[in-house]
Design a protein around this ligand. Structure first.
Ligand code: 6PG
Length: 232
């Protein structure tokens, strides 16, 4: 199991500022050591404030590749599209110069779009330097949903694919998600959580002796440094 470093904050704004600085520092290290850097971010509500901090960080963003850990199979201008969220909140100011690769294609289903997304992701430096995950109250992370029929394939540590199609039964929309195997290869994994309830779900998931929820499976299999950033 990964060595998880826990960072607790009194306020969400402090968390957003500190997490954005830590992510920028990891990207800076990658730029210095390898000349390019890669970042995969989550959607949902939690990361918006952190994106607004990260977009102010001075970095040679033109050498940074940004993608998503998952997206809903929706038009990219839909209110619930993660790509829209990232374009509106992160790819601004300093970060406008970054190279963005979305996970949504014009194909009618995520299953039909997988091959195109795999080839698009081949341009992104691998393994990812930084992956920022969120978590739902059911223990899903990215779109690795405990309820979905695709979970065992999506969470197989030896899955050679980077992306998988997921059809959750407890959340809206068909999804495309990074596989667990692609996530756990990352050099740095940050889990960004807010609220007591999610912290309790995370603690229980990590303590469960069997039936590991997706979030626990990620930390069980992670290779790099893992951080939990949490604020009430
Ligand atoms: C998504 C995600 C997902 C998210 C969690 C938490 O597209 O829904 O990337 O894994 O991180 O569901 O979502 P909230 O931040 O909205 O609670």
């Amino acid at each position: 199991m990964a060595d998880i470093r826990i960072h607790d904050y009194d306020s969400r704004i402090d968390l957003d500022i500190c997490l954005a600085r830590e992510v920028a520092a990891a990207l800076e290290t990658a730029l210095r050591e390898r000349g390019s850097a890669s970042l995969a971010v989550s959607g949902g509500r939690t990361p918006v404030g952190m994106f607004q901090q990260l977009r102010q960080m001075r970095l040679d963003w033109s050498r940074v590749w940004i993608t998503l850990v998952d997206d809903r199979w929706l038009p990219v201008d839909h209110a619930d599209s993660n790509e829209r969220l990232v374009r509106e909140n992160l790819l601004k100011y300093q970060v406008e110069a970054a190279n963005f690769i979305g996970l949504k294609t014009p194909a009618p289903t995520p299953e039909a779009g997988l091959t195109e997304v795999e080839s698009a992701l081949a341009k992104v430096p691998q393994p990812f330097d930084v992956v920022i995950l969120g978590m739902g109250e059911d223990g899903h992370t990215a779109s690795l949903f405990p309820c979905s029929a695709e979970l065992e394939t999506a969470a197989a540590v030896d899955n050679p694919k980077q992306v998988v199609a997921v059809n959750p039964t407890t959340a809206p929309y068909a999804r495309i998600s990074l596989t667990l195997a692609a996530i756990v290869r990352s050099r740095n994994i940050f889990l960004h959580l807010t609220g007591e309830k999610k912290k309790a779900v995370f603690d229980a998931a990590m303590d469960a002796p069997t039936e590991r929820l997706p979030i626990a499976r990620v930390f069980d299999a992670a290779h790099g440094v893992c951080h939990l950033y949490w604020a009430e």
